[in-house]
Write a protein that binds this ligand. Structure first.
Ligand code: ADP
Ligand code: MG
Length: 341
């Protein structure tokens, strides 16, 4: 990458100038950032990388979408601990196919998401890459001491819930890939699906409602698909989960899109991923209160199953068309594309 592009990225990160205060002592511009966590809170840290051709294509994501989504996926991880994201660091490895203008747009998206979720960009690294663009975002957040919601704390008797709809991002990706292949424009009715893929939302408020309720056992965000997240909870908690496929929230647009595509919308829900909804377990006795809290916040909250028992060999089963069978784990796996059955 040419030297002037490095200075251009510096220019773009100058939007972070003068952001010190509210716990931040040193922002971008020194060797490292310095901040003080809020008293009574502990630090929640996570990072997530996006690699061109593995996580996105130039044809399916505008550069600003890439930056935006990279921040959201991290904010979502913090939300899945019940926490709030505060700071972000960004490593960008730019390959020759990317112009200075395009990388600048990545920062437009990064700043847009940061602003939306109250996150300050406090540093990063800028390097060149030989072939594909890599974007890695680290988010530092906080959560009340000792209160982070763990994926390992599901208890028998609890109910399994999911926020919002699932399968939406996968439907959007399907439409974008089809457009890339055939050149056919995407109909107005399906623009919301495309937006869900390119500009997902993190369920921060849902995470805070769940933390405040003290009724949440396990919690995960839906980054790799509902099946994969459910299995992670079952394995970490050593429990059996029973899911009822007919209860899984899938929008009518996704169903219509799947109908036209000859696909099963449940496959998108279970194995699509990137919906960034929250899935977890809650005490049955708290359902009425929680449903009320979620309704008041305007966030769909749907019970999709239950934790049946403790089990050394964890399992997830799914009731579908009157038959209960093990839910295949398969989801997107970056080293084997699709794994499991
Ligand atoms: P150093 O050589 O000390 O590592 P750099 O010149 O790499 O410093 O970075 C200078 C400042 O710019 C640091 O505060 C660093 O965190 C920030 N920075 C560098 N690259 C990025 C980036 N891609 N996004 C955000 N901040 C960045
Ligand atoms: Mg550096």
């Amino acid at each position: 990458m040419a030297h002037d592009e490095f200075s251009l990225i510096r220019q773009w990160t100058s939007r972070s100038d003068g952001q010190e205060g509210d716990g931040l002592t040193v922002g971008i511009g020194d060797d490292a950032a310095v901040y003080t966590p809020t008293p009574e809170m502990e630090v929640v840290a996570c990072c997530d990388a996006m690699v061109e051709t593995v996580h996105f294509l130039k044809e399916t994501m505008h550069p600003s979408d890439i930056g935006y989504k990279a921040v959201v996926s991290n904010v979502s991880d913090v939300a899945a601990m019940g926490g709030l994201a505060r700071y972000a660091l960004v490593t960008i490895a730019v390959s020759p196919g990317w112009s200075a203008g395009q990388t600048a747009h990545i920062y437009d998206g990064i700043y847009e998401a940061c602003e939306q979720y109250g996150v300050k960009l406090i540093g990063g690294d800028t390097v060149s890459a030989p072939d594909a663009l890599h974007l890695s975002v680290t988010v530092l957040g906080e959560v009340e001491k000792g209160r982070a919601i763990r994926r390992s704390h599901a208890e028998p008797g609890q109910l399994v819930f999911v926020t919002g709809d699932v399968g939406t991002s996968a439907a959007g990706l399907y439409l974008l890939l089809k457009k890339k292949e055939t050149g056919e424009p995407i109909s107005e009715a399906f623009q919301g699906l495309v937006k869900a893929h390119q500009r997902p939302s993190a369920q921060v408020e849902a995470g805070r409602i769940l933390l405040a309720s003290r009724a949440c056992g396990a919690l995960n965000d839906v980054s790799d698909g509902l099946a994969s997240e459910l299995w992670e909870i079952a394995e970490a908690s050593r429990v059996e989960l029973e899911i009822d496929a007919s209860l899984i929230p899938i929008s009518k647009e996704v169903r219509a899109c799947a109908g036209q595509a000859g696909k099963d919308p449940l496959d998108w829900a279970f194995y699509g991923g990137e919906d960034y909804q929250l899935v977890g377990t809650v005490d049955e006795s708290s359902i009425d209160t929680l449903s009320g809290d979620f309704a008041a916040a305007g966030i769909p909250f749907t019970i999709i199953g239950r934790v049946t028992s403790r089990a050394a060999g964890a399992s997830v089963s799914c009731l579908r068309a009157g038959e209960r069978s093990p839910l295949p784990k398969a989801g997107f796996n970056h080293f084997g594309r699709r794994e499991g059955g």
